[in-house]
Design a protein around this ligand. Structure first.
Ligand SMILES: NC(=O)c1ccc[n+]([C@@H]2O[C@H](COP(=O)([O-])OP(=O)(O)OC[C@H]3O[C@@H](n4cnc5c(N)ncnc54)[C@H](O)[C@@H]3O)[C@@H](O)[C@H]2O)c1
Ligand SMILES: [Zn+2]
Length: 679
């Protein structure tokens, strides 16, 4: 330990603390260390403070995530501090305290770390500590649990004044190792890094142990008849059936990606009598408001309620939620408040089923769910000992619509063209399908890769990204039950579906006389029927969402071109091509566009070509199989070889932000084949 530099010690401690969810929520809290280095300008020693910068996560923090400030200048801010009404100005002043380039941007909590007179400081958001911090008698509980070793600090919005408060308390209480910050979390300190860490853990574990020993038996009240968890299979099926409607509810003002959680923590909360009262009180920790909104939307029907009744009630509750949220905004907004950021819920709770959480991307949606789980843990602890008493509405609003938070949001990079869109691509373990999934993911979409073989589908998904980007599922598109299961898996993974690519296929090249009835059926089962089944199941979700959508068929040049030895394949490709027009006509009323791509001669990466068709074609044309791509290129008008990426690009254009007014179209991607021109 001793041979680590001060910032290295700080990183090691932060990673240890941040990687255990009992200590703090994702990206919540911050840590700091003070030490001396030689100032390269003067050659003299200079006192510095390293502190976690804005936005980072303790569990994965690296040195680049630390802000580095000169302690003398940071502390000199006390002399120019104009008072609490203008405390936000001090954040800009931190920039004038930076050492060298300063590292990461200093966060709002920098004052607390710099002003407190201790070499090492941890500020954390542990569920156990916040339970004490949000108990109605939190101050009394703090002294009962910790004696004078931990001091109560009444709620104050994070900022320069809170830093001054904590510094004063530490000075007045030399015996104290930390404090409970009312409505918010904990802060602990130490002379060494190990001492600070031990003090943090002691405060957290002591609170948890006290709650475990002293909590009443049923903190959320007795079980509510009919509100217990449904059996897993039933619960997941109901969740999937409701997902489209719920995503539409969360996305009325702006499109959202979803995350579903049916953990015991969530299901137990929803099964108990007090959950409606507690949910209405809302969350408390300042980290939570932007991610979860002040409160969730809670379906007030038992687990046994039908999908139809649940949908009807959810829609009523959504209207009420929006009015309520608008009222909250109007009551609290001042002339200089940022504009309302949408009035839809980010957390939707369904008794017996689970929690849907939402965000601009999958990671944000998942973390919102984690935060609400933290909030449930906090409420359980607080109600077990006392009464849960979060900060009041006006303070919640001051955090949610804080000018500094708004500035952070404005600094976010522009979203990618397909951000928030959820795509399902069939037959995407290889070839054109995989190239399409890759392209859509690169443009910001979440992608679900459906193919016959689960391992191959998962391998393709892993190649594209982690679980927040890509999911692999097994599905034979000709099997209605399997198709529904794939759609359900997609909506449970990402909240819904916006974009479907009917790509799964196979190809038999036989003369009429050689084509068996089964050959014909197989081609039609996978392509015509398979894409019909996928379009049908996906359109149901899209219609429920009321967010429009896109369906793209990977048809073929052969849907219009007539040649020998192709009766089964080309007939079913023509069927797919007409499905495009039929569904474009029918689904337009729901804002769903349906288009097709007609590829030709894609040899590279194509399983169809690798499994005999290529050898057969090469033999027919008298070329070597490896030269087939080049041979096809020479037959085209542009004399270019068509690659899977070219098909993928066309799919993106059809679904992307520019092609908003086109439906029922087929785009040839064949380097120019006059015989397949559309007219
Ligand atoms: N390669 C070309 O030149 C070309 C030309 C025109 C049209 N197409 C069409 O493009 C699509 C993709 O072809 P590719 O060339 O990438 O071939 P490919 O064989 O590489 O990909 C097809 C994928 O579909 C999957 N699949 C087959 N049957 C399935 C089923 N019942 N359920 C789910 N998945 C199934 C396969 O496992 C495979 O991963 C096909 O519809 C094909 O007809 C290809
Ligand atoms: Zn905090």
């Amino acid at each position: 330990m001793t041979d680590l530099t001060v910032p290295q010690q700080l990183i090691a401690r932060s990673n240890r603390l941040g990687s255990d969810p009992k200590n703090t929520n994702y990206a919540g809290g911050n840590t700091s260390a003070k030490g001396t280095e030689t100032d390269p300008v003067t050659g003299q020693p200079v006192e510095l403070v390293w502190v976690k910068g804005s936005g980072g996560d303790l569990g994965t923090l690296k040195e680049a995530g630390l802000a580095v400030l000169r302690l003398d200048r940071m502390r000199a801010l006390v002399d120019v501090y104009p008072g609490i009404e203008r405390e936000d100005e001090m954040v800009a002043a931190f920039d004038y305290c930076l050492h060298g380039k300063g590292g990461a941007a200093p966060s709002i909590d920098t004052a607390m770390h710099g002003l407190v007179d201790a070499a090492h400081v941890d500020h954390l958001h542990p569920d156990s500590g916040i339970a004490i911090a949000t108990a109605a008698d939190g101050e009394a509980l703090t002294s009962k649990i910790y004696g004078d070793k931990v001091v109560w600090v009444p709620w104050r919005r994070p900022g320069f004044q809170l830093g001054l408060d904590i510094a004063a308390i530490k000075e007045k209480n030399p015996q104290a190792v930390g404090c409970i910050l009312g409505g918010h979390g904990i802060t602990a300190w130490g002379d060494t890094s190990d001492e600070a860490e031990a003090n943090s853990l002691w405060i957290i574990d002591t609170a948890a142990a006290y709650i475990a020993e002293n909590s009443k038996a049923e903190p959320f009240g007795p079980a509510l008849d009919g509100y217990g968890a449904l059996p897993e299979a039933e619960r997941r099926a109901k969740a999937a059936a409701l997902a489209g409607t719920i995503r539409g509810i969360a996305s009325k003002d702006r499109p959202m990606v979803g995350h579903f959680t049916d953990s015991d923590v969530v299901l137990d909360f929803l099964a108990a009598a007090e959950h409606p009262r507690l949910a209405a009180l809302g969350t408390s920790c300042p980290d939570h408001f932007l991610r979860t909104k002040v409160k969730p939307l809670v379906l007030d029907l038992p687990a046994s309620a039908s999908v139809e009744d649940s949908i009807a009630r959810l829609k009523e509750l959504h209207e009420a939620y929006r009015e309520d949220y608008q009222g909250y905004y109007d009551r609290n907004a001042t002339a200089d408040s940022p504009a309302i950021r949408g009035a839809d819920p980010l957390i939707v709770l369904v008794p017996g089923v689970g929690m849907f959480s939402f965000g601009k991307d999958k990671q944000t949606a998942r973390v919102a769910g984690e935060f609400y789980t933290n909030a449930i843990n906090v409420m359980r602890g607080a109600e077990g000992l006392s009464t849960y008493a979060p900060i009041d509405e006006a303070e919640k609003f001051r955090i949610e619509y804080w000018a500094l938070e708004e500035a952070k949001l404005q600094r976010m990079p522009k979203p990618k063209p397909l951000a928030s869109r959820i795509a399902l691509i069939t037959g995407a373990a290889g070839g054109i399908g995989k190239a399409t999934a890759k392209k859509l993911a690169a443009e910001g979409a979440c992608v679900v890769i459906a193919d016959l073989n689960l391992e191959k589908a998962q391998a393709a998904a892993a190649e594209i990204g982690g679980a927040d980007v890509a999911l692999g599922v097994a599905a034979d598109v000709s099997d209605e039950v399997a198709v529904q299961a794939a759609i359900d898996a997609a909506v449970l993974a990402f909240g819904g579906i916006d974009l479907v690519v009917n790509n799964a296929g196979l190809s038999l090249s036989k003369s009429l006389l050689d084509t068996t009835g089964e050959d014909f059926d197989l081609q039609h089962r996978v392509m015509a029927k398979g894409s019909f089944l996928v379009s049908k199941a996906a359109a149901k979700v899209m219609i429920d969402q009321e967010m429009g959508g896109d369906i793209v068929y990977i048809s073929s040049k052969n849907s219009v071109f007539a040649g020998p030895n192709n009766i089964a394949y080309s007939a079913t490709k023509a069927n797919q091509a007409h499905q495009v027009r039929l569904l474009a006509a029918e689904l337009g009323a729901h804002g769903i566009k349906v288009n097709g791509v007609n590829p030709d001669g894609v040899v590279q990466g194509s399983g169809i070509f690798a499994s005999g068709w290529g050898a057969n074609r090469a033999a027919v044309y008298g070329v070597e199989e490896k030269d087939l791509g080049k041979f096809y290129a020479q037959r085209t008008i542009l004399k270019k070889e068509v690659l899977p990426e070219h098909i993928a690009n066309a799919v993106f254009v059809l679904c992307g932000p520019e092609m908003t007014h086109t439906t029922g179209l087929h785009v040839p991607v064949d380097a120019g084949v006059a015989a397949a021109f559309l007219r």
